[in-house]
Design a binder for this molecule. Structure first.
Ligand code: MOS
Length: 752
């Protein structure tokens, strides 16, 4: 297939350097380990007060009584904000002008629609006084029965799922495919509600100066947050300055500005002083999003050679009673396995919870755990090795669209990971590998996939007469190492050593870098940085090649290379000139250039774009007690160009460990009577610690993808979770002979 590629699709790096690819340590690592990195809540402007949320202990109803007087009488309490005195807003918090404008709880009335919804904000001179004041409010409620669980309300077919995919979608005739199959499987899997639980809770320090607003708060998307706040308060976005240099994790929960963050701004407005508001851990279980629970039924048919004849994937999920976000779980079946017939469908119920939102691989994580488990069941039904079954059925073109995609890279992932793991010694039947201590050992595999998404970003590059450079973009570092990877791209874009480049990000007064989400930040902001560098180098090359006094005179703009702070003639590298010399001769202190990062629509029309991977897991199960331990994980991933192998590997480790968490640990448990989450804390909401994950290897499979963007970057943040959860579940089956059907896998599921 041939394709006309636009200019930004020409292979990059023709004239820039080689910081990209180096395994640099995080540039902000020293600041973080020494405590010098200033997170949002570390900022204490003069005169600052502390705000504490009082939150609902019921799931549904209204606030009948609040003892505001008792709270206000408490020493140190300055003000109590309730629906009575909350400052006015320019936009109704319940307005929804676009699908990404999520409704917020900003004390607009006395209604309660989920547990942990804010019912008042107490503002005091100290955190202690505010906390005690909040306790003195002693709310009384008129409560109604909570709707909980996937059967707790009537279901309906949502208008769309995820970011606007159709809820029901198909190609071919699944019923006919199942009918003609030699072998069939059908299985239903359940995944629980999960909460993001970033180490840093949502926090804000807000200060008003007239109609200008200064904010320190963690955000995965500064311009979007700025726009939302501007709309709510009826002020110009330029009047809002958001600083977000460091995030202690986000995982999607900091993508949109949340209700509690806006309440911090309202509190500052009310008292006319700077206010700091930090969510307590349990207060994060409600107003800042979560991963919705799912129940998914997979039906598959296979012919006599073990080829899929049909895939049916149906998912039931939940949203809140007042807003729409639907986990697109069944869509995972659109992009992995070839079948002449594929049908996906979703239904949903409305529950008395906070609105679910994007959470690390939304849809792919929940959907792939069911799909990978079902594929394993299908392989077993055909009497085939599960790796061989996947290799036979893996699609050569994107299953739903027929577009070419990088299945070659996936095949390489299967090969490299299985060799490293030692898969070929695996017995087909379960319960065949007891170890010397009597534990049942099992090996499982899961395919990993994530789309290579790009958003929109801008960057500004400067070259200065002293030979140094500056790169500015409002990018966000959630802890993944964006400061470092972007600085590497900036250095190459400017043809400078990384230490000569001043890289600025994390502030809303810099060019809009889009969002750190969808595993698309490095590709999007990275391309903006690359293009800004190219723009300023082009200006510099014009200055040199058009000036008779330059050794580069007459080389033509494309005839020079930028490297180490000098421009060189491509055809004669003995002729060169430093950036400083070129700017000095032109009498310029500095020059700048701008660049954008944007998806190339022509190549996206023609090609399907995904990162791929394969994960192999070993588990050991105690035959008497059913305790499961993951003892080995080997993943291989192909995700385009690797900007920094150390950071990329660390993203894969994080994703894989979250996959273990999904399979074995994580679950928000709802009290069916009250609708409250019973384990809203890090002691009882289980996540894996070091002892739960003894050995993890992530192999970086080389992949040149010339179509995704000129730098060939795909995303690495979310893919690790998608292969691992299924691999662990399948290893549990191989160890025990029991098919896990609900997650996290419980000890009692393995008994009997
Ligand atoms: Mo992620 S769910 O795109 O922050």
């Amino acid at each position: 297939m041939t394709l006309e590629l636009s200019l930004n699709q020409q292979p990059a790096h023709l004239r820039q350097g080689s910081s990209i690819g180096q395994p640099l340590t995080r540039r902000d690592g020293f600041l973080k380990v020494t405590g010098a990195a200033r997170y949002a809540a570390d900022n204490h402007p003069p005169g600052m007060l502390y705000a504490v949320l009082a939150v609902s202990s019921i799931a549904r109803g209204r606030v009948a009584l609040l003892d505001v007087e008792a709270a206000k009488a408490h020493a140190g309490v300055v003000e109590v904000m309730t629906p009575e005195n909350r400052p006015p807003l320019a936009t109704d918090p319940d307005a929804k002008n676009n699908p990404f404008m999520f409704r917020l709880d900003l004390l607009q009335n006395d209604h309660i629609r989920y547990p942990n919804q804010t019912i008042a904000v107490v503002i005091a001179e100290t955190l202690e006084a505010a906390t005690e004041g909040a306790a003195l409010l002693s709310p009384r409620y008129e409560a109604q029965p909570a709707r909980v669980g996937l059967d707790g309300a009537e279901s309906f077919v949502p208008g769309g799922v995820g970011i606007g995919s159709p809820a029901v979608h198909h190609k071919g005739d699944v019923e006919a495919g199942l009918k003609s199959a030699a072998t069939r499987i059908e299985a239903t899997y359940e995944t629980p509600a999960q909460y993001h639980n970033a180490m840093e809770p949502h926090a804000i320090v807000a200060a008003w100066d007239g109609d200008s607003l200064s904010i320190d708060t963690p955000s995965q998307g500064l311009a979007m947050a700025q726009g939302r706040i501007a709309g709510l308060f009826g002020i110009a976005p330029e009047n809002i300055h958001i600083r977000s240099p460091f995030l202690g994790g986000g995982f999607g929960s900091k993508g949109m500005i949340s209700g509690p963050q806006v309440l911090g701004i309202l509190a500052a407005r009310l008292v006319g002083r700077p206010v700091k508001l930090v969510l307590r851990r349990e207060q994060m279980y409600g107003p800042v999003g979560h991963r919705a629970p799912t129940r998914q039924t997979l039906r598959m048919g296979m012919d006599s050679e073990g080829r899929l004849t049909a895939i049916g994937h149906h998912a039931r999920t939940a949203s809140s009673t007042f807003d729409d976000f639907f986990e697109p779980a069944a869509d995972a079946s659109h992009t992995l396995y070839a079948s002449p017939a594929i049908a996906t469908s979703h239904e949903a119920v409305r529950l008395d919870t906070g609105t679910p939102l994007f959470m690390r691989a939304p849809g792919e994580a929940t959907g792939s755990i069911a799909l990978e488990s079902a594929i394993d069941e299908a392989a077993a039904a055909c009497g085939m090795d599960p790796l061989e079954f996947r290799q036979r059925n893996y699609a050569e073109v994107e299953p739903m669209t027929g577009k070419p995609f990088s299945s070659k890279a996936l095949r390489e992932c299967y090969t490299q990971a299985s060799e490293r793991f030692g898969w070929q010694r695996r017995p087909l039947q379960p319960r065949q590998m007891p170890d010397k201590d009597g534990f049942l050992t099992g090996w499982g595999i899961g395919t990993a996939t994530f789309p290579a998404i790009m958003f929109q970003a801008e960057a500004r590059a400067v070259l200065r007469a002293d030979g140094s450079g500056l790169m500015e973009t409002g990018a966000q570092d959630m802890g993944q190492g964006a400061w470092t990877a972007f600085a590497q791209i900036a250095a190459d874009g400017l043809g400078l050593d990384i230490d000569q480049v001043d890289f600025r990000a994390g502030s809303s007064d810099l060019p809009n870098a889009g969002i750190a989400g969808g595993s698309g930040h490095t590709a999007t902001a990275g391309m903006a940085i690359h293009n800004a560098g190219a723009a300023v180098i082009t200006r510099l090359a014009d200055l040199a090649t058009r000036h008779e006094a330059s050794p580069l005179f007459g080389a033509g703009n494309e005839g020079v290379l930028a490297r180490g702070g000098r421009l060189y003639r491509r055809d004669d590298e003995s002729r060169s000139e430093s950036y400083g010399e070129i700017l000095a001769r032109a009498g310029l202190a500095e020059i700048d250039g701008r660049g954008t990062g944007t998806p190339d629509s022509a190549s996206r029309e023609a090609y399907a774009m995904h990162a791929h991977g394969a994960v192999f897991a070993e588990v050991k199960v105690d035959p008497d007690f059913g305790q499961i331990r993951v003892t080995r994980l080997v993943g291989a991933f192909a995700a385009g160009r690797v900007i920094n192998p150390r950071l990329v590997r660390s993203q894969y480790y994080g994703g894989m460990i979250w996959g273990v968490s999904f399979a074995l640990h994580e679950e928000a448990v709802t009290d069916r009577r009250s609708g409250r989450i019973q384990n809203a804390n890090l002691a009882e909401y289980h996540i894996p610690v070091n002892a739960d994950v003894p050995s993890v290897a992530a192999l970086l499979v080389h992949e040149d993808d010339p179509y995704v963007n000129a730098l060939g970057i795909k995303g690495v943040g979310e893919i690790g979770i998608t292969g691992t959860a299924g691999a662990v579940a399948n290893a549990v089956w191989h160890a025990t002979g029991v098919r896990p059907r609900r997650f996290p896998i419980r000890i009692e599921d393995l008994l009997g």
